[in-house]
Design a protein around this ligand. Structure first.
Ligand code: FES
Length: 88
């Protein structure tokens, strides 16, 4: 099992390895305005810890950000293992 922790709200969610993080993000109120297409940027999150535990940025994210640092589009993220700490 993997774990997502939201720094702002201190909420934690466990989810199976390889899961999308959309559900926990929706629970804390992150907006997914374009329906998970990776084009609107409303689901922009900052990865405080554990970027290495997420899937590699998708083409949609590379198109959106250009140079990717600690930001991701939540609709494009899958947690592979361990813990990821998120700020939004
Ligand atoms: S929901 Fe639009 S970019 Fe993620």
């Amino acid at each position: 099992m993997a774990k997502v922790i939201f720094e702002n709200t201190k909420e934690e969610f466990s989810l199976p390895d390889g899961s999308s993080i959309i559900k926990p993000c929706e629970k804390v109120g992150i907006n997914f305005a374009c329906g998970y297409e990776g084009i609107c940027g409303s689901c922009l999150i900052e990865i405080v810890e554990g970027m290495e535990n997420l899937n590699k940025p998708t083409q949609a994210e590379e198109d959106f950000f250009g140079e990717i640092e600690n930001k991701r589009l939540a609709c494009q993220c899958k947690i592979l293992k361990n813990t990821v700490k998120i700020k939004f």
